[in-house]
Design a binder for this molecule. Structure first.
Ligand code: IVH
Length: 713
């Protein structure tokens, strides 16, 4: 029997086994889709699994399992929602974990704005709701779209479901509605409603839900909106996206307006003018937390003045003008069963704790990161203690928490409960996946060993190759429909896809192959065709995704976007890397002048492109895919796409602010003048750069002229 054997041909015992397999597999996909927002298979394949499950149950009604996917209302997403692009991206918030972080946040803002000492600067403080964010677009006062956050750029259209929430008005309560107003806020499930829902599930012999947040997310993404309507979801409005006009000029004022339009806003929102005031509000909200009927996980502070918010702008994916002050994480005690090593895409050997499952903050945790060798080992082989070391051993009683409420970590060990005869953990010095030596590089400057032990196997290490593939197809990289982590492992093992470029020859090779994909386990005619279509759809790719997909150390999504914007085209990037070998070279200076690219990232990037095997992989890929030129931001400013250098003392804004503003308008801000520079903005006491610009014939202007030029943007 295989996963493709027609239902009509299955014996009863085969059917029983198949139903068990389907229940497990569908539940796993549901968990990924609902819980982690990261589906591993295409919609079509997912649907095929559910259809097969239904057909089997129809043929063998006596075999219907108590945990059958057909019985779970919470996971009946049998298809997915249309995608909608956010007119204004939905960003996340930076976190503060201590009072000191809050003071730093305020100091940073004052510095950025050059706000005179002693002058008041107001902030709002409000609870951070633990739900999921939703954007509601109103045109002429009528609700036209409700879109989930998704990846921040593109979300899912859940309009029909959102209409069922009583906290979401379908019409704004005003006679003079704005042309466009996108209200943003948090959908959540109250604690009492969650408990009642679970009581009902239990009474019906069904499995209970894990926590209110995931249940709210699952409930909002039901295909059948009558199911959403049956769940008492609620909504707090606290922000906005695209708007044709703002009703007032403060955060507080707009939230008041939202309330007047018929939204529920949080009554604990208040204003303060310094860190002490904000922290006092934080303590008060923290104290009220247990008595609230909804989960909150911190307090959000925002600069109250919208004009200042605009000046402050954004860094990468979060606003400079807001921060989330998180509540301390919940802890739990459990047993460390074992320590295992995972090999990552850059060869890093990462130790993972296998734990006796335990609930932490409403989520069952059975694995936790152990960071690196020093974190676990505690005592060096020569008997000397090692930095950070906890001397963790299998069998230990440990305390765990979820860092930033997400990643489980081991915080400490209870030595009093250590079993007799336990042995210190020996960190492997060879790669468990390929047997190559695993070493800790020595930093030539400091003479210290790197905290990470890395496999030296490079291309021969299968674990690294598979991890690189997984990264390559991941959501913010090539994001290939129907090819997730599971497929990366299977196709690698089958020998079908060893490097990223192999994906793009898969269909062609499959045509000439004796073992066609459609005949392999888990595949059929349709799913194979769907996979090929999914790959084909990605033959053209944005520059930033392409750069990110290469999986270069230190080049995450943010840096990939910066590089895309800075170089514009893949050829330009590679050509620049070829001549950036020397740190004194113009090309290297230009690279680190790309705001945000640090020296370490720059060096790693140059090294990456100088290694022949990386070039082979990249070239092979480039011969199969088309990389789009990078989009310019804010297309209609007169300075969009220009390379700008600021020099001298600026009077009306700080250098940092000037840079941020220029970038918002789509400029590339560089630190040095070259023939490529378009504009030099020279403040007071400008020196050598001004001279060089004059020599090169670069357009030069004063700060006032610059502000005049961009004033309309
Ligand atoms: S303001 C530009 N205010 O927290 C940032 N967010 O970690 C706009 N959240 O995605 C967000 N309560 O889903 C804001 N009172 C609140 C919030 C809040 C919860 C969520 C929101 C956001 C996430 C960021």
């Amino acid at each position: 029997m295989s996963a493709n054997t027609p239902v009509a041909e299955l014996s009863e015992s085969d059917a029983k086994a198949e139903l068990a397999r389907l229940a497990e597999e569908i539940a796993a996909h549901d968990a990924r889709y609902h819980g982690e927002d990261a589906p591993a298979i295409s919609d079509a394949d997912y649907d095929a699994l559910r259809v097969r499950n239904r057909e089997l149950e129809e043929r063998f009604p006596n075999l219907v399992r108590p945990d059958s996917p057909s019985k779970k209302v919470g996971a009946s997403a049998s298809s997915r929602f249309p995608k909608i692009r956010h007119a204004v991206p939905m960003l996340s918030l930076d976190n503060a974990f201590s009072d000191e972080d809050v003071e730093d946040f305020i100091a940073r803002i004052r510095r950025f704005l050059r706000w005179p000492e002693g002058d008041p600067l107001a902030f709002t403080a409000e609870p951070k709701i633990d739900g999921l964010s939703l954007a509601l677009r109103y045109e002429k006062g009528k609700l036209v779209h409700a879109v989930t956050r998704g990846d921040g750029t593109v979300g899912e259209d859940v309009t029909a479901n959102a209409r069922t929430l009583s906290d979401i008005p379908v019409k704004l309560q005003t006679k003079t509605p704005p042309d466009v107003f996108e209200v943003r806020g948090e959908v959540y499930l109250g604690k009492a409603d969650f408990a009642a829902l679970n009581a009902q599930m239990e009474a019906e012999g069904k499995q209970a839900y894990v926590n209110p947040r995931n249940t709210a997310a699952g409930s909002l993404r039901q295909l059948d909106s009558t199911v959403t309507a049956s769940r008492p979801l609620r909504f707090f409005a606290y922000a906005w996206g695209e708007v044709s006009a703002l009703p007032t000029d403060t955060q507080m004022g707009v939230v008041k307006q939202l309330s007047d339009w018929g939204f529920t806003t949080n009554e604990m929102m208040g204003r303060s003018e310094d860190a002490a005031g904000l922290i006092a509000r934080y303590r008060a909200i923290e104290e009220s937390r247990p008595g609230l009927d909804y989960d909150i996980d911190g307090v959000v502070y925002k600069v109250d003045s919208l004009a200042l918010q605009k000046r402050l702008g954004f860094v990468s994916r979060s606003p400079r003008w807001a921060i989330a002050h998180k509540f301390p994480a919940e802890m739990a005690t459990t047993i460390l069963r074992d320590i295992e090593i995972q090999v990552g895409r850059t060869g890093a050997l990462s130790p993972v704790a296998r734990l006796e499952p335990v609930t932490v903050g409403g989520v069952v945790v059975s694995n936790a990161t152990l960071h690196n060798e020093d974190y676990i080992v505690g005592i060096g082989s020569d008997g000397t203690p090692i930095r950070d070391g906890k001397d963790l051993r299998a069998g230990d009683t440990v305390r765990v928490y979820r860092a930033g409420d997400v990643i489980p970590k081991v915080i400490d060990v209870d030595l009093g409960k250590r079993p007799k005869g336990s042995k210190p953990y020996d960190f492997p010095t060879v790669c468990p996946a390929c047997g190559s030596d695993a070493v800790r590089e020595i930093d030539l400057k400091t003479g210290r060993a790197d905290s990470v032990r890395r496999c030296t196997g490079g291309l021969v290490c299968p674990a690294q190759a598979v991890e690189r593939l997984k990264h390559f197809v991941s959501r913010n990289a090539f994001d290939i429909d129907g090819f997730g982590e599971k497929q990366a492992e299977a196709f690698y093992e089958w020998g079908l896809v060893k490097t990223p470029a192999d994906l793009f020859t898969l269909e062609e090779r499959d045509r000439g192959s004796l073992t066609r994909l459609k005949n392999r386990d888990g595949y059929g005619e349709t799913s194979a065709a769907n996979l090929f279509a999914g790959i084909e759809a990605r033959r053209q790719i944005s520059l930033s995704r392409f750069i990110f997909a290469l999986g270069i150390r230190h080049i995450g999504e943010g840096n990939a976007k910066l590089l895309a914007r800075h170089y514009g085209a893949i050829d330009a990037l590679i050509a620049a890397m070829d001549v950036a070998g020397e740190e004194e070279s113009e090309a290297f200076k230009d690279l680190i002048a790309a705001d945000g690219i640090g020296k370490t990232a720059a060096r790693v990037l140059v090294t990456f492109f100088s290694e022949p095997h990386n070039r082979e992989v990249t070239d092979a890929l480039l011969s199969k895919v088309t990389v789009e030129e990078a989009e310019q931001v804010a297309g209609d400013s007169p300075v969009t796409g220009k390379i700008v250098v600021f020099t001298g003392t600026l009077e009306q804004m700080t250098r940092e602010e000037a840079k941020a503003m220029a970038e918002r308008l789509g400029c590339k801000v560089s630190g040095s003048v070259s023939a490529r520079t378009d504009i030099l903005v020279a403040g007071e006491k400008a020196g050598s750069k001004l001279k060089k610009a004059a020599e090169l014939g670069v357009t030069t202007m004063s700060e006032a002229e610059w502000l005049e030029l961009v004033s309309g943007s």
